[in-house]
Design a protein around this ligand. Structure first.
Ligand code: 3HC
Length: 694
């Protein structure tokens, strides 16, 4: 075996030259990999003993893309297009042997090969759009030449990979190899030579482009179809333009067009934020004081206490990961209702074609309902999802502590209560943790994990792994009121309320935040969640809020009652501004002695968003979150903060902390200490640093 570079080797196996990439963990296309593949192709072409070439990868996957850590740094030769061109121009057939995931630049490299074979579990895709860029090494030009324009548009703008069987059906791979992949690829390469099959250069295949040439409306129709899903994002539009280039321009010109569109995105703020989030999400998995090698416990069964909306949603995550769930309710009626909702949710997914009936049956088969708490005696983890009441929860945890086997983790889904206090009633406080799911719990990706002062490292490590297993993005935080997500949300809500008292209307505040990229503004969100929830909490604490209370007193609980801050027509979820609400607000201002004034969109945005950044800084000061990027993960995955703006902390950096600080000081003068900048923010500004420097 000859080492071409430290990451790529070459060896002749009989008359087949095998180029092996070995760059763990995901064989990303670092400079040494690019140079190695190009060198390997040259070596094989110069090697008279071989008549065909196989490109294969060591480790867990084929090439998973360009090396994202190289982005934004000075480019190193050879560039990926040159490598792919060398593969395509090889005078000996090149076969890509794909296992794991061939993604981004990895699939683009494979598309430069004359043939592709893969293992049964392989997946292929172009996920660049998720990083705010587009496939920049010929992917937008070659993929439509293989799968046709409609499918290429779908794959490239969604970034979603396809499985081996589908790849075979659409001609992206020629064969699925059941046994040893390398041996299968070698046999395939030999057959290409033996049968005198052509060296297929995708760049020269134009047949599949004809459909779009004949019907250019395909592009605008497609634009319309994804408009809602891609609102605010720049990359999908550039992806479409690049594919249009593939149809309208000869291949070399199309490649140039792709590069221009790629560079436009690469240098933009959106892609910088999306790439930042890629690493933030992975970073959040690592807890600074919990070493990687920390022992974890096996979790093979789960008990959920409470079969309400939250409990049911949480259960679905476990069932889909193949983990049996015992769900406990106090009454048979409540239990039946809860189980029926889970069944209906799955049935709806099946009817939309997003799940097979067999998969649904399997999930339901793993679910046991009971009204007997003792039935969770043997589970590995219990998650409590009952209503928010400290005394009731403490009583429950005391019981669970007595019932559950030694070593079982006792978790609470509380979003507000002190988990140290809950854990204190058990004899195993080190096994108590917060697992805060977000509603709808089977859909929202975030899992805010809350460590108490006593939670053990093993329990934290176990719950981080568990989150990944059930398809969640976790972030570990400490105990404080509202933890990280809701504590920051409250700052925004307080300003939203103040703004309507001073002169804005709910629709003004909501529009500004919607245009910023959030899924909805605070008033539409409150109508969706139910205005009565906050009302009850305020009543419990003896607090008042003139507009919100009045709205609730009128029975306007939100969407579920057909009116709240907005009106909802029968069967519609579209909020309509309501003059009645305007009158309530104007009266409330009058009663509070506030003279209403015109409030600019800029002020609305600054007053809603900058206090969130400031609160994030306080959270960091207090050590409640370990890193700014963990806060960003929470806001992007739990609250729909637009990923193309990073989270609030990244947005603060992008805006410039000096500006955020100055504005907070200005508002502090006019509106009081709510806006007082956090010490950490002040320190960073003085030092000319950003959150990114922490
Ligand atoms: N570049 C650099 N590092 C990468 C990487 C990449 N393309 N892909 C993954 N990594 C790193 C991760 O940061 C992580 O590092 P860490 O252990 O230090 O945190 C490590 O590899 C393992 O990654 P995951 O934890 O994500 O591992 P999984 O097994 O869960 O997932 C994967 C593997 C599906 C390959 C996933 O990592 C992934 O989706 N990677 C990104 C794929 C991608 O976006 N490719 C396109 C890149 S852009 C491109 O190719 C441009 C081209 O068109 C020119």
């Amino acid at each position: 075996m000859t080492a071409i570079t430290e990451k790529v080797s070459y060896e002749a196996e009989g008359d087949v030259g095998v180029i092996t990439v070995d760059n763990p963990p995901v064989n990303a296309l670092a400079a040494a990999v690019r140079a190695g593949i190009k060198g390997g192709i040259e070596a094989a072409n110069a090697d008279d003993s071989v008549s065909s070439i196989v490109l294969v990868c060591a480790g867990r996957t084929f090439i998973a893309g360009a090396d994202i850590t190289e982005f934004g740094k000075p480019p190193q030769e050879p560039n990926l297009n040159a490598v792919i061109s060398a593969i395509e121009e090889s005078s000996k057939p090149v076969v890509a042997a794909i296992h794991g995931t061939a993604l981004g630049g990895g699939l683009e490299t494979a598309l430069g090969c004359h043939y592709r074979v893969c293992s049964p579990a392989a997946q292929v895709g172009l996920p660049e759009v998720k990083l705010g860029i587009l496939p920049g090494a010929g992917g937008t030009q070659r993929l439509p030449r293989v799968v046709g324009v409609p499918m290429a548009l779908q794959m490239i703008t969604s970034g979603a990979p396809i499985k081996a069987q589908k790849a075979l059906e659409v001609g992206l791979v020629s064969e699925i190899v059941d046994g040893d992949l390398k041996e299968g690829a070698i046999a395939f390469a030999k057959s290409v030579v033996a049968e005198g099959r052509p060296l297929v250069k995708i760049s020269e295949q134009n047949d599949k482009l004809q459909e779009a040439k004949d019907n250019p409306a395909i592009f605008d129709d497609f634009r319309k179809s994804i408009a809602r899903r891609t609102r605010g994002f720049q990359a999908p539009e550039n992806c479409i333009k690049a594919i249009e280039g593939a149809v309208k321009l000869p291949f070399p010109e199309g490649l140039k067009r792709e590069r221009e569109l790629f560079m436009e995105l690469m240098t933009g703020e959106q892609s910088i934020s999306q790439r930042y989030m890629f690493f933030a999400e992975r970073q959040a998995m690592k807890i600074p004081d919990v070493p990687r090698e920390t022992k974890t416990f096996d979790i093979n069964s789960c008990g959920i206490i409470g079969a309400g909306t939250m409990g049911g949603g949480i259960a679905m995550n476990f069932l889909q990961a193949g983990i049996p769930v015992t769900i406990v309710e106090t009454s048979q009626e409540g239990l039946d209702k809860g189980l029926e909702i889970i069944r209906k949710n799955y049935a709806a997914t099946v009817s939309k074609g997003r799940m097979s009936q067999a998969a649904m049956d399997q999930c339901m088969g793993l679910l046991t309902g009971t009204t007997n708490l003792e039935d969770v005696a043997d589970v590995d983890i219990v998650i409590e999802a009952i209503f928010e009441n400290m005394e009731v929860k403490k009583e429950l945890f005391e019981k669970l502590d007595g019932i559950c086997k030694d070593g079982a983790i006792l978790a609470t889904n509380t979003s507000t209560l002190d988990i140290d206090e809950i854990g204190s009633v058990t004899k195993r406080p080190e096994f108590v943790i917060g697992l805060h799911f977000f509603s709808p719990a089977n859909v929202m990706r975030l899992l805010e994990e809350v460590r108490t002062k006593k939670t053990s490292k093993e329990v934290m490590a176990t719950c981080m792994n568990l989150a990944k297993r059930i398809g969640k993005v976790p972030a570990m935080v400490g105990v404080c009121e509202g933890f990280v997500g809701n504590r920051i949300l409250h700052r925004r809500s307080e300003q939203a309320t103040a703004l309507i008292m001073e002169g804005a209307l709910p629709q003004d505040v909501d529009r500004v935040l919607f245009d910023f990229g959030l899924p909805m503004g605070p008033f539409a969100m409150s109508d969706l969640a139910g205005n009565d929830v906050g009302w009850r909490i305020r009543q419990g604490k003896g607090e008042t809020s003139p507009v919100a209370d009045k709205i609730c007193e009128m029975g306007r609980f939100g969407q579920k009652t057909g009116s709240g801050y907005y009106l909802y027509e029968e069967g519609s979820r579209t909020p309509k501004p309501d003059p009645v609400v305007e009158e309530i607000i104007v009266n409330a201002s009058k009663e509070a002695g506030i003279e209403r004034r015109e409030i600019s969109d800029e002020e609305i945005l600054e007053r809603c968003i900058y206090p969130m950044i400031n609160e994030g800084a306080k959270i960091l000061e207090e050590g409640i979150a370990a890193r700014p990027s963990d806060i960003d993960v929470i806001w992007v995955y739990g609250y729909g903060w637009p990923v193309y703006r990073g989270g609030p902390m990244r947005y603060g950096d992008a805006t410039g902390l000096q500006k955020v600080y100055d504005k907070l000081c200005e508002y502090q003068k006019t509106h009081g200490d709510f806006f007082k900048p956090a010490k950490l923010l002040e320190k960073l500004v003085k030092e000319g640093k950003g959150f990114v420097d922490l």
